[in-house]
Design a protein around this ligand. Structure first.
Ligand code: GRF
Length: 201
């Protein structure tokens, strides 16, 4: 039986889309549920278009809402793909080491509270770093702190602005996240990704 995956989203949903495109009918993982803190998250359209059940939490800080949904769908892996709030600690405790997040920088640098979206790429550019990338990591009670499972690197190029860098990192995210989910499905739990998921640019 495929690993049942729930994906938590707050916004656009391009990582959700990349994951759904990768997971064909015979894949070892299947997205069975999409959850959101925002009724207007465009990502919810991805779920609707593919007839995947979705839930918008009345109170995203209430662990019971999460746990009921995750248990009802027998979820084995929770993927945060552009989910912008902290997951309630009661959920993390119950699903410890079964929750992963995708972050648009090379953690442990450029992570933590408030480091999301454009701000991440602005900070990378301001630092003068010569590379950036995407990180998949385990989720614990603190933003962006859990064990790193895999990274995909991209160069910072002359003339980059936050939008150009973000677009390059996003391509890397779209390769890294499905690879992490497939590796987790094969192992039965999230595991470090050993194969190279380097930028092909
Ligand atoms: C991505 O950059 C992801 O790393 C971050 O939020 C963004 C979500 O993009 N956590 P999308 O909603 O998947 O398009």
């Amino acid at each position: 039986m495929p690993m049942h995956v729930a994906v938590a989203v707050s916004g656009r949903g391009s990582n959700l889309d990349a994951l759904l495109r990768t997971l064909g009918p015979d894949a070892p993982a299947r997205v069975v549920l999409v959850v959101s803190d925002r009724r207007d998250a465009p990502a919810l359209h991805q779920a609707a278009a593919r007839a995947i059940p979705s839930i918008v939490f009345r109170d995203p800080s209430d662990p019971q809402e999460w746990l009921e949904a995750l248990e009802r769908h027998a979820v084995g892996l929770l993927v945060l793909a552009g989910y912008l709030r902290l997951v309630p600690s009661g959920v993390i405790a119950r699903y410890r080491d079964r929750i992963i997040n995708i972050h648009p920088a090379l953690l442990p640098a450029f992570g933590g509270r408030g480091m999301y979206g454009r701000r991440v790429h602005e900070a990378v550019l301001a630092s003068g770093a010569s590379e950036s990338g995407a990180t998949v990591h385990l989720v614990d009670e603190v933003y962006d702190r859990g064990a790193i499972l895999g990274q995909a690197r991209v160069p910072v190029l002359p003339g980059d602005d936050p939008e150009r860098l973000a677009a390059r990192v996003l391509e890397a995210e779209h390769r890294l996240l499905p690879a992490a989910v497939l590796a987790a499905a094969a192992a039965g739990r999230p595991v470090p990704i050993h194969e190279s998921v380097e930028s092909r640019q």
